[in-house]
Design a protein around this ligand. Structure first.
Ligand code: 2M8
Length: 483
């Protein structure tokens, strides 16, 4: 069943709190505080998401962090991406964690002892000298590299930043196209709930029922040393995460395996498409005209495949596709709104997405002003638990851009103002209670601080070059029946 149904009566929707009344903080003060967070979170050549909870380098975190760093520290922004890309595997994958060797093994689980990349990952070309995880995260990196270049083109050209990054970024996208198109329709597939970055999203509840959890005593969670259990995934979730990751590892991180979990996620593929457009811009900058055309064509095909495979006209948003069950997942997560940031999205689809975002399921512009990670009316909505309801800054940052791109400048301005207010009042929280705006998770969180810097420094500039032609939406025109 593709259609998302409403499961909670209107009276239970708790989204009625006004944005906090507080004098707006001066932008220069907020920017200075954000920059300080990024300074404190720097360890070696990388910036950690949060010193206690996540003491290593994470893939999509670093991309968002570089996007913020570029405004004040363009060299450091380039190095952030270079450090990550230096850990790329020979098959092209960019691992979701690059471990810092000086951090004690017990500080984070799963640690290098679990992933054993330099040994179990050798058949897939994992580096010998660095320990990494073996799964991936959303490919925001080409977009980040292009934005970092644009912040200081002179420095970038002097260091041949793009010339050195481009082959790695192109190999990363080729990995996703060649090894991860498990559905055979041109979209990238995620094989672990950590890969789309929204770990315990209710979208994964049904697909995960097929996964027998690893026994309780077989691993020790380090996240609960730092985070409140009510804010984090459950032990049952973790048992399943461990089982899936161990099975992948034991296959030698082989992408031809039979996966118990295999989904086409709209957020992951939307960011891939935006990054493919950025690769086209990078190729143009490097004088590689033929490569530019190939990237534009791939972005166009990705956009078409997303609309054909993941768009749900009845829901007015994109939904993940569970490849094992062979059906869309009937749950509304904010990942299904992220294609709004894709250039060339059919205007009717974009309009339907904005209506959904501003409607009762996500309440954009009402309440705290930021969208929650999951349907406010959904059966599994939980204000506090990680990706099952809380509002996240990276998600809202992508939406802010999408709103502008499709001509909703007023909504984009309001979202931007709400994000800056909440970044300030929460101390750059990892995520927020979407009803009260209260801070949850870690404070002084890397991408929250970085994207605050970006919002303060930019307004309305498109991420990537020209306006590509719209993909036709004739097969799946949105209908007034959207919820
Ligand atoms: C969270 O994920 C990690 C596993 O990758 C964890 O819970 O330990 C997610 O929010 C993910 O999107 C993020 O990249 C990571 C680090 O901030 O934390």
């Amino acid at each position: 069943m593709d259609r998302v149904t409403e499961t909670a009566p209107l009276t239970t929707v708790p989204h009625q709190t006004a944005p906090p009344e507080r004098p707006a903080v001066r932008p220069t003060v907020l920017a200075r505080r954000a920059a300080r967070v990024l300074a404190v979170n720097r360890i070696g050549g990388a910036t950690v998401p949060a010193r206690s909870l996540y003491p290593h380098q994470w893939s999509w975190d670093s991309a968002f962090i570089a996007i913020g760093l570029r405004h004040r520290f363009p060299l450091r922004a380039q190095q952030e991406l270079e450090t990550l890309l230096a850990a790329q595997w020979e098959d092209g994958r960019v691992p979701h964690i690059v471990f810092n060797p000086v951090v004690p093994r017990g500080a984070y689980f799963p640690s290098p002892d679990f992933w054993r990349s330099s040994d179990a990952g050798r058949p897939a070309g994992a580096p010998r000298e660095r320990e990494t995880s073996g799964i991936v995260q959303p490919p925001v990196h080409a977009l980040a590299a292009w934005l970092v270049h644009r912040a200081d083109p002179e420095l970038s050209r002097r260091r041949a930043f793009l010339a050195r990054a481009y082959p790695r970024l192109a190999a990363w996208h080729a990995y996703l196209a060649d090894r991860r198109d498990l559905g055979g329709h041109g979209l990238a597939t995620c094989v672990h709930p950590w890969e789309p970055g929204m770990d315990n999203s209710p979208c994964w509840d049904a697909p995960l029922t097929r996964v027998p959890p690893a026994p309780r005593g077989s691993f020790r969670r380090a996240d609960l040393d730092h985070g409140a259990p009510a804010d984090r995934p459950t032990d049952l979730d973790y048992g399943r995460y461990v089982r899936l990751a161990a099975d992948y590892r034991d296959s030698g991180y082989h992408d031809g395996s039979a996966f118990a979990f295999a989904v086409e996620d709209p957020g992951f593929n939307a960011l891939l498409t935006a990054s493919e457009h950025a690769l086209a811009d990078i190729a143009r900058e490097l004088g590689l005209g033929h490569r530019r055309a190939a990237h534009e064509e791939r972005a166009r095909r990705l956009t078409g495949a997303m609309v054909r495979r993941l768009w749900s006209p009845e829901s007015g948003q994109f939904l993940p596709r569970d490849l094992v069950a062979g059906a869309l997942v009937a749950e509304r997560s904010a990942a299904g709104l992220l294609p709004l940031a894709v250039p060339g999205l059919p205007a009717a689809v974009a309009a339907a997405l904005v209506r959904t975002a501003a409607g009762p399921h996500f309440a954009l512009g009402a309440g705290i002003g930021m969208v929650p990670s999951y349907d406010l009316r959904g059966r599994a909505f939980d204000r506090h638990r990680y990706w099952r309801g809380p509002a996240w800054f990276n998600v809202n940052w992508v939406l802010e851009h999408g709103l502008r791109r499709h001509g909703y400048a007023g909504r984009a301005d309001a979202l931007r103002a709400a994000m800056l207010t909440h970044a300030d009042t929460t101390g750059f929280a990892e995520y927020l209670d979407p009803v009260t705006g209260e801070a949850r998770g870690a404070l002084d969180f890397g991408w929250t601080a970085a994207l605050t810097l970006d919002l303060l420094a930019t307004r309305g500039e498109p991420w990537t070059g020209g306006q590509p032609p719209e993909v036709s939406s004739s097969a799946s025109e949105p209908t007034a029946a959207q919820a």
